[in-house]
Write a protein that binds this ligand. Structure first.
Ligand SMILES: *Cc1c(COP(=O)(O)O)cnc(C)c1O
Length: 210
């Protein structure tokens, strides 16, 4: 996986942040990537991250941990204490819970609003047409430091139009960061303006279905 990591890394321009998505993989797979200097990692479950990362971080204090999976409000306290960036703010209830925890813990996290860019009923994310108001509320009412947007486009379609519409929402809301693109489409996402790509299987290998 060191070779796979270096291969992915070489295809990403320096202004784009590579988030290595290490979900389902353990320390023996993550350590070689840490040793190569990778510092941004993504996990989709709070509990799994809590079991893995405090140990790994002891030797790699510069790690920047991104939450990229759906969050329940009863996990907000753990999420705020463990993660540096939460990419999945997608509804009022979770925004309120996160705002309270940030104030209580005094931690300086960055947040992304997740947009359900393809209007898929089974997917998380705020509806695109509700995004502008939700972004304002997250910042002004709930005190979240929102710096960008995240999306997962429908997997069986050309992602270009979806990436483009996420970029438009970010531009009109003055947000700089765009988290879009995964193993199969990160180069397309970068052409469409991604500043953050989330790459798992192209680095670590195919995951077991869970
Ligand atoms: C798992 C996951 C990824 C990485 O997917 P790959 O196709 O393995 O690169 C990216 N984003 C999210 C939200 C994920 O859950």
């Amino acid at each position: 996986m060191s070779q796979a990591f270096l291969n992915v890394k070489s295809r990403i321009p320096p202004h784009v942040t590579l988030v290595a998505v290490s979900k389902t993989y353990g320390a023996s797979d993550i350590l070689p990537v840490l040793k190569l200097g990778q510092s941004a990692f993504g996990e989709n479950r709070v509990q799994e991250a809590k079991e893995k990362w405090p140990d790994l971080r002891k030797n790699y204090p510069n790690v920047e941990l991104h939450l990229i999976g759906p969050l329940q409000s009863n996990k907000a306290a753990d999420a705020v204490s463990l993660f540096d960036i939460i990419q999945t703010v997608d509804r009022e209830k979770i925004a309120i819970a996160l705002g309270k925890e940030v104030a209580k813990q005094g931690r300086n996290l960055k947040f992304y609003v997740q947009v359900n860019i393809g209007h898929e009923p089974q997917k998380a994310g705020i509806a695109p047409e509700a995004a502008d108001q939700f972004i304002v509320d997250c910042k002004q009412k709930y005190g979240l430091n929102v710096v960008g947007l995240m999306c997962i486009p429908p997997h069986d379609q050309d992602p270009r139009a979806y990436f483009k519409s996420l970029a438009e929402i970010a531009t009109r809301n003055g947000l700089k960061e765009l988290s879009m693109g995964m193993s199969g489409d990160f180069e397309i996402a970068i052409s469409a303006g991604a500043t953050v790509v989330r790459v798992g299987s192209a680095i670590f290998g195919a995951r077991q279905k869970v």
